[in-house]
Design a protein around this ligand. Structure first.
Ligand code: PAF
Length: 294
């Protein structure tokens, strides 16, 4: 596996792959501290591309709290080993000065209006501008045919798809289902920050989403009238379990708009603090589909 730190070199490498062999390039952008969820993205990329490039870059522009940025786990050596074992062709791991060579403030940013101002965007002002900006920069450097993101960050996935459609990036953006621990907790780099006691309580977030989805699916004809009461019950349950919910919301799956009567493809999204760690998760809510495993 090639390890590249220089932005010009990564562009040259990807261009060479395309020119020499006309190969389809699949790209997986990450912030490192890789786990089985990331490896599922890599597997998908390998199945759908001839060459796979993964980036590991902890993007300062998307952190709304400095302590969150400094606490973010950095495990590049272990990440590189995992990626090499997973058959990745190249790892791009630039320094911040390589990605943002200009002095602050960063002169050009990408803002995806609407989607970046609700839910996660509401709770973390500026976060999605940072995400969209770094992903646009990475797409320009790599020029992938396919880019792969996790459905755990569902709003991020929609935001990137919206950016790509609106700015005509010639890349297909695919989502891969969330990978969970056996107790249901969605895999996340932040799980490692949970204390042992909090780790035991953490799967309650998933269980609460699953039970809420199941309750909604019992009465699809009553959508969306029944949602406020079911969401209030879920919020109380989370508080009782020691969480501090940021939001718990049912939205339309295609654009995260408020659900209307007759909508049949929705998603329940949640963010909640547990013991100083912010966890997010979501479950799809589709009539005629079992959204959650038993
Ligand atoms: O999901 C992430 O890890 C990050 O938000 C991303 C997409 C790599 C951009 O920094």
């Amino acid at each position: 596996m090639r390890i590249v730190r220089d932005r010009r070199q990564v562009t040259a490498l990807c261009r060479e792959w395309r020119r020499r062999d006309g190969q389809k390039l699949a790209f997986v952008p990450t912030m490192g501290n890789l786990h089985a969820g990331h490896l599922a993205l890599v597997r998908y990329a390998r199945e759908h591309g001839d060459r796979v490039l993964v980036s590991v870059f902890v993007n300062p522009l998307q952190f709304d709290r400095p302590e969150d940025l400094s606490r973010y786990p950095r495990t590049l050596e272990a990440d590189a080993k995992l990626l090499a074992e997973s058959g990745v062709d190249a790892l791009f791991c630039p320094e911040a000065s390589e990605m943002y060579p200009e002095h602050e403030p960063v002169p050009a940013r990408v803002v995806v209006s609407g989607l970046s101002q609700t839910l996660e965007g509401d709770s973390r002002p500026g976060h999605f501008d940072g995400v969209a900006t770094v992903v646009a920069k990475l797409f320009n450097l790599v020029q992938p045919d396919l880019a792969v993101f996790g459905e755990k960050d569902y709003q991020q996935l929609l935001l990137i798809q919206g950016m790509v459609a609106s700015l005509n990036f010639p890349v297909l953006v695919d989502g891969v289902p969330t990978v969970r621990e056996s107790d249901g907790l969605a895999l996340s780099s932040r799980n490692g920050q949970l204390s042992a006691a909090a780790r035991v309580r953490a799967p309650e977030l998933y269980r609460c989403l699953r039970d809420t989805v199941e309750a909604c699916l019992l009465e699809p004809d009553q959508w969306p009238t029944i949602f406020p009461e079911l969401l209030a019950t879920a919020e109380t349950r989370l508080r009782d379990a020691g969480f501090r919910p940021d939001y718990l919301s049912i939205r339309r799956a295609d654009d995260l708009g408020e659900p209307r009567a007759g909508d049949r493809d929705l998603i329940l999204l949640a963010a909640a603090w547990l013991d100083g760690v912010r966890l997010i998760d979501n479950l799809r809510l589709r009539v005629g589909k079992i959204a959650a495993p038993a």
